[in-house]
Design a protein around this ligand. Structure first.
Ligand SMILES: NC(=O)c1ccc[n+]([C@@H]2O[C@H](COP(=O)([O-])OP(=O)(O)OC[C@H]3O[C@@H](n4cnc5c(N)ncnc54)[C@H](OP(=O)(O)O)[C@@H]3O)[C@@H](O)[C@H]2O)c1
Length: 323
């Protein structure tokens, strides 16, 4: 299997390292050798530890000429990521993406195009990092009717709220600590203003209910206005403040909100602390289940991507044994 990776930042490097460290296992699983044939980067002047047999290039056309079977996309923003994946699908390659902003905007159109070209699209890493919510929902949706999802989708916000509650840090101190530990970007706006959770919620809405709400109808609020005093006041009432995306369907219309909420200890998300993400899925047959796990980071995100890669390959090569 010939693989190309677009982007060599936190996620791209994590994928590259994982494919190398798990090479023998992957080859056994796939029944063929797996090779990273090319990596697309933007800045050709950076030092990178990449095997000399792998083409490292800023030229996407050159990469596609390598007869790639799977394109893994780990760059930032809507374009050129979407354009690159369209070209990859048209060339007959499966695609796997971690790019939530691009996928929230263009996911459906990529899935449609992939169906026309008989290739797969993996997007587990776009939502909740290493926590397998996409695969879980795809599995559940075969029989269960999902009525609602409640989710902590931003690890940075959850880390900050936890630090404020447990160690009595102010908002500013919690943010500084998140940055020192590498959980928050230098510009943390998308994490704390709710945008990051919003994009993930849009991806989940489309998967769970086949559509997204009108984006202007979604109530979105980040954690910027939460103070230590708010958290302490709620704690006295036995409640925790969590940043939660609620995605449900009523009268055949998906309704989504992304905002801080007060949870009491009976709620499954009450005890989800630190950088973890968690999703509670309400269904007709199961009542509710909650999955929790790392929402971001180099190896958890790489894990989601590599699992997708194997899934793409197996879906394509599956031989039906029963009718
Ligand atoms: N970090 C996480 O934990 C995490 C988790 C889940 C999903 N994601 C998503 O994964 C994607 C990558 O995140 P990251 O944290 O790895 O970002 P990052 O560390 O900033 O790395 C981005 C990489 O993309 C490359 N790049 C950017 N624009 C490009 C372009 N036009 N053409 C070619 N290469 C380009 C950069 O190239 P240079 O190296 O040459 O500058 C860099 O290597 C994002 O969409 C993010 O939302 C990240």
């Amino acid at each position: 299997m010939r693989v190309a990776i677009l982007g060599f930042g936190t996620v791209g490097q994590g994928v590259y390292e994982t494919l190398r460290s798990h090479r023998a296992h992957m080859s056994n699983l796939l029944g063929e050798e797996l090779e990273v044939v090319g990596i697309l980067i933007q800045d050709g002047s950076k030092e990178r530890e990449i095997d000399a047999s792998t083409l490292v290039t800023t030229n996407y056309e050159k990469l596609l000429q390598l007869q790639v079977d799977v394109v893994i996309e780990a760059i930032v923003g809507q374009q050129p990521a979407y354009h690159y994946l369209v070209q990859a699908i048209k060339s007959g390659a499966h695609v796997v993406t971690a790019n939530k902003v691009m996928f929230a905007h263009y996911g459906q159109s990529l899935l449609n195009l992939a169906a026309q070209h008989n290739v797969q699209v993996g997007y587990e890493a776009t939502t909740a990092g290493g926590t397998p919510i996409i695969r879980t929902l795809q599995h559940l949706l075969k029989v269960n009717q999902v009525s609602k999802l409640e989710a902590i989708l931003n690890g940075t916000s959850n880390y900050m709220l936890t630090e404020m509650a447990v160690h009595h840090l102010s908002f500013e101190e919690a943010l500084q600590q998140a940055q020192q530990k590498g959980y928050a970007e230098l510009d943390p706006s998308n994490d704390i203003n709710g945008d990051d959770a919003f994009y993930k919620a849009m991806i989940l809405s489309r998967l769970a209910f086949g559509m997204q709400p009108n984006w202007n109808d979604v109530y979105k609020e980040g954690i910027e206005r939460i103070t230590l005093a708010d958290i302490q006041q709620e704690a006295k009432r036995g409640r925790a403040i969590k940043h939660v995306a609620t995605i449900e369907i009523r009268e055949d219309i998906p309704r989504v909100s992304v905002q801080p909420v007060f949870l009491d200890e009976s709620h499954p998300l009450y005890r989800v602390d630190g950088v973890n993400n968690a999703i509670t899925i309400h269904t007709d047959l199961l009542d509710n289940i909650t999955i929790t796990g790392p929402g971001a980071g180099k190896l958890p995100t790489a894990s989601a991507i590599v699992e997708d890669l194997v899934h793409c390959f197996k879906q394509q090569h599956v031989v039906p044994t029963m009718v």
